[in-house]
Write a protein that binds this ligand. Sequence first.
Ligand SMILES: C[S@@+](CC[C@H](N)C(=O)[O-])C[C@H]1O[C@@H](n2cnc3c(N)ncnc32)[C@H](O)[C@@H]1O
Length: 292
Amino acid sequence: MTEAQTNPVLTDHEVRELRTLIEQRSGIVFDESRERFLTSRVVEHMQRKSLRHGMELLRMVRHSNLEYDTMLERLLTQETRFLRYPGLFTAFEQNVLPELSDRKFWEREQSFRFWSAGCASGEEPYSIALSYCESFFGRTRPACQIMATDISREALERADRGVYARRALEHLSPVQMERYFTEEKEHYKVRPVLREMVQFAPMNLAQPVYLGHFDCIFCMNVLIYFGEELRSRLIQRFYEYLVPGGYLFLGHAESVANVPVRFHQTILNGSRLLQKPAAEAATQARAVGGAL
Ligand SMILES: C[S@@+](CC[C@H](N)C(=O)[O-])C[C@H]1O[C@@H](n2cnc3c(N)ncnc32)[C@H](O)[C@@H]1O
């Protein structure tokens, strides 16, 4: 190994510059608790690139989006799995979908639209698709589109392939595995019935693009990485993008506290459901000072 591969030099000042750049471009905050993670991943990245000084890396990532994206890929946390919060997905399948479906019965637009914002390698949007199929099992399923976005192109490539190790599927029943996956050399591939419902696209939530309205938005375990201001801005956007009566699903450590939005909150199966008031209820909520 050369010296450049073993001993890159990264000063505190350079770490601060990188932190600022990453927060400005991608919204991700590396506070003190995550600083060691940041430093060790950046040093590994410099070793791979044979860079000796942090300044060289800074110059590269400031001048090339490709270099910035390559470095960022090393810094993202992409832990996820199918039906990550089983109680939440049961509530989605058995309570939320029947309720939304009943409401749609009276509307012109019968199809569903969902958004998985920060979908990582696809387990979350495919879980939405699976729960949707289970909810309508044995009945005619209305059309359904699931937009699944993430900043990580590498994660989206894995999501697009739709092939998973056994441990990612630990919350699934044998029947669900049989119905929605084919086994290939000790790996499991999502069947077309799920694959065809999901569309993957790159998107940086710090610079979101309007994608239309959704019946449900899942943004789970993503906002925890952002600063207060971006978190608040995104929750307000999600509120706007939801249809009246639509639901927002956050991770267990995330909430809408201190954000000026009026979600109704219910706890079901130990999971928090946040519902945008339906049209007439929204007017009422405004009049009486609202739910949340
Ligand atoms: C811990 S994973 C959560 C995956 C899934 N939502 C779940 O709960 O299982 C966080 C995801 O957020 C993505 N992410 C982080 N910053 C982002 C940004 N600015 N825009 C879009 N996605 C981002 C990461 O790439 C990663 O895939």
